[in-house]
Design a protein around this ligand. Structure first.
Ligand code: ZN
Length: 201
């Protein structure tokens, strides 16, 4: 139940799939181009698309344009402190749930390297190529602080509130806590539409 509630909540506060589904063809094509760059191992450079299309995608928070490149959920162009290692390559995830979704999206086993949001201790987790958590899952959990913010971009408002913590570290009483297995299932379901988009393109 916790898993279902988490997924519903994430889709409500950040209806990414719905927004992408409503895009006009040129914007959808640009979105797929940026996403597939990340999935194929690139770094989120601007595709051959009019600037207005990129602005549209950024305005609806489907992508995040920054100094380090173009982030595309679940991939962050800037260092968020949540690294995912896949086959010798490192990418950053927007948040803890996103990190758990990246290996399945890239169809590779992944190692997540981050620190506890409470005590700062290093945490490492493994997932297989289908996104199932495989290692160290009993030592870490995912915390979601439901803080109200008025920042438009999910990467700046929602994402910093969804982090890994040690299972033994206490968090605010109103914060939601998920097991790594449940958080991985939430991430897998939330981003499943991207795999379909990439397969269809
Ligand atoms: Zn800790």
């Amino acid at each position: 139940m916790r898993r279902e509630q988490g997924l519903q909540r994430l889709r409500r506060v950040f209806p990414l799939q719905q927004r992408i589904g409503a895009l006009a063809p040129p914007a959808r094509a640009a979105y797929i181009a940026i996403l597939s760059q990340w999935v194929r191992g690139g770094r989120g450079r601007a595709p051959k698309a009019p600037a207005t299309v990129l602005q549209t995608l950024a305005a609806m928070d489907a992508i995040v344009i920054g100094h380090d490149g173009i982030g595309c959920y679940p991939f962050s162009a800037r260092n968020t402190g949540i690294a995912v290692l896949l086959n010798g390559r490192q990418v950053y995830a927007m948040c803890a749930i996103d990190a758990l979704a990246i290996p399945a999206l890239m169809r590779q086993a992944g190692q997540i390297a981050t620190t506890c949001a409470v005590c700062g201790r290093p945490l490492t987790l493994g997932t297989d190529s289908e996104g199932n958590a495989t290692e160290m899952t009993t030592q870490a959990e995912v915390v979601w602080h439901d803080r109200q913010t008025h920042l438009a971009c999910c990467g700046e408002s929602l994402c910093p509130n969804i982090r890994f913590v040690c299972r033994s570290c206490a968090t605010a009483p109103d914060a939601m806590r998920f097991t790594v297995v449940d958080a991985a299932a939430i991430g897998g379901a939330f981003f499943a539409f991207q795999r379909e988009l990439l397969t269809a393109s």
